[in-house]
Design a protein around this ligand. Sequence first.
Ligand SMILES: [Zn+2]
Length: 135
Amino acid sequence: MDSKSGYPDLSGSAPPPSGFGPPPPYPMDNHHPMSHHHPPPGMQYAPVAPGPQIIAPPPSFGAYPQNAFCAHCNQIVTTRTDFKVGVLTWLASAGCCLIGCFAGCCLIPCCTDFTRDVEHACTKCGRRLGIYKRL
Ligand SMILES: [Zn+2]
């Protein structure tokens, strides 16, 4: 067992019984001395493909609840509408005042939803998703 050519016939015959034959060559010392092929624990190859990220255009919100994608919930949710006093509300109110309706007509735009902006919020997380402006 001084040279590697002295192996018993390993081809075509039964393996040598245990305890016979040369010792297994280099049982534990055959590691690569310097090369570490294992990647570092931090994954460097993210599954996200590089390139321009396709961002869906923001949906155009209307005056009524609708389905919209909530980036916070990461799903499609039905928005909750909330009427806000917007520019048109003030313009309509000011217009009523200019016309001369001093008998409370100028308050009508503040009470009706036709002139108010509609804020769409997520029904799950409550975050604002968008707003529908009259103007
Ligand atoms: Zn949400």
